[in-house]
Design a protein around this ligand. Structure first.
Ligand code: C5P
Length: 228
């Protein structure tokens, strides 16, 4: 792969649910000292606000209004970011599977995506950014010098998510997880606006048989070639 060296310090990390983007982005953030944009959290926050207000997934105008007026704050804590929605701590709520499913419905609404686009772009600074999502390389930061697209089989991703939830003491059925992940991926890949797909110039890494450390090492090597 040949990538032109650029002063714009942005790494985009896209891919399907449960592939390990969050873990890799956090490790890269520690190594490079760049902040992470967790774009999925914005869709999860919009979904949470919609669920709190009793807005259905079909009411696109109301969903767009929620995204435009999204009242959120992020606070750094020793355990990571705290998400405040309308002054209420929703850090745990937004991680629930039900919120993720609603987020993927909300994320298919064009007006919602348009409303969140500027919020995401405004987070890019000259200090660097690691952008985690589905359309970071294709839509939000199309000029990013380094675009990574992570994949893994649905079974492997469900297994990883299962372990993650189990560690948190949450009991789930692995078959339900595979079904949920597959449904979410289908919705994300087949929607009209900003579907999940690798950018043409993305480096695709199939992580099914790779350890976290191996994936991290590959991305870091590419980052060092470009940004150091
Ligand atoms: O990554 P995460 O699981 O937190 O994202 C939740 C949902 O938000 C995804 O299933 C996807 O539908 C949506 N999303 C998106 N575009 C992004 C990030 C997330 O459509 N850039």
């Amino acid at each position: 792969m040949t990538v032109e060296k650029s002063k714009q310090k942005i790494i985009t990390v896209d891919g399907p649910s449960g592939v390990g983007k969050g873990t890799i982005c956090l490790l890269l953030s520690h190594q490079l000292g760049w902040p992470v944009l967790d774009s999925g959290a914005l869709y999860r926050l919009t979904a949470t606000a919609a669920m709190n207000d009793g807005i259905s997934e079909d009411n696109h105008l109301a969903l767009e209004k929620i995204a435009v007026e999204l009242d959120v704050r992020f606070e750094s804590t020793a355990n990571g970011l705290r998400y405040l929605l309308r002054n209420e701590d929703v850090s745990e709520t937004i991680r629930q599977e039900a919120t993720g499913n609603m987020a993927s419905k909300v994320a298919a609404v064009e007006g919602v995506r348009a409303a969140l686009l500027d919020k995401q772009r405004s987070l890019a600074t000259t200090d660097g950014l690691i952008a985690d999502g589905r359309d970071m390389g294709t839509v939000v930061f199309p000029d990013a010098p380094l675009k990574i697209y992570l994949t893994a089989s649905a079974e492997e991703r469900a297994e990883r998510r299962y372990k993650q939830l189990k560690d948190k003491g949450i009991d789930v059925n692995i078959r339900d997880l595979v079904a949920d992940l597959t449904a979410r991926d289908e919705r994300d890949s087949n929607r009209k606006v900003a579907p999940l797909k690798p950018a043409e110039d993305a480096v695709i890494i199939d992580t099914t048989d790779l350890s976290v450390a191996e994936v991290e090492a590959r991305v870091l090597q590419l980052a060092q070639q470009l940004f150091s």
